[in-house]
Design a protein around this ligand. Sequence first.
Ligand SMILES: [Zn+2]
Length: 313
Amino acid sequence: MGILSLFFGWVPFIGWLFSVVVIACGIIAMYQVKKEHALGEVYAIMAIVFGIISLFLSLIVFGGILLLGSVEPAPAPAPPDYDYGNFTIQYDWVQDDSHLFMEDYFRETQWFEKNVDKLNQDWILPQNITVVFTECGVANAFYNSKDLTITMCYELADDIWYSFYQMMPDADRNVLLSSWLGAMDFIFYHELGHAFVDVFDLPITGREEDVADQLSVFIVSESWDAGEDSALAGAQYFYTHGGSSAFWDEHSLSEQRVYNIICWLFGRSPGRFAHLVPEFVPQERGVQCPGEWKQIDNAMTTLLDAHRKQLPE
Ligand SMILES: [Zn+2]
């Protein structure tokens, strides 16, 4: 019985039963041998003592298992308490009729309101950022870190519209419209890239302009089903401006931006954009694109995940 208790001593219930039986046998044996053999008494006492120890040990082990089992899983991280900011849209008063027309179109379709709603759902902003639609006197878009504004100039919207119109004069109005909105989106997300680098204090190296293009492709593509098309429209717009940017400009040359964006899109979705390699992007660059995108995707995920309200599925 003692030997059995040695094997089963650690098993809850069975072990305890054996230990109790060993103790009982020990007590009985002690009474039995008391009159006859002094040595038998020693064995009997040992059986009782070891039986008690084994019972206690197995109770302690079982108690420990129960305690561990009942330990609650670590509580989920508390929702961030520093989501102080949101993106908001501001339409400035405009003079030009075509700009007024665009403002009406944006307001009616809620095109940018939908963009910022999605951003507000997805990102933890430490401060408010205002997206301003205004007349600037020049075709431009820019982020200002002093007053936390992204300015989208109507003159740029004009330029994008006419560039696409010149590139495909016979195109259906809806085709022009979706290219125009896509390029506007890409540029908006490029400025958002600058804003993210600033408010999230992202530790980037290399040219911020290139990082802003990478961020734009990354975020616009993951945010919307048609997001990749917006990035492509952005590339097409830069293509219409080939040869126009100076070597000293902080942006990469328009042509480089075009090839970069298309390369990253191809790297992201090789099946979807296979027709652009090698027809548009030469094979020498094309073979590198999946690896290039993987690096960008990895870097963006590392830099941005801490600023998301929820990790993307
Ligand atoms: Zn920029």
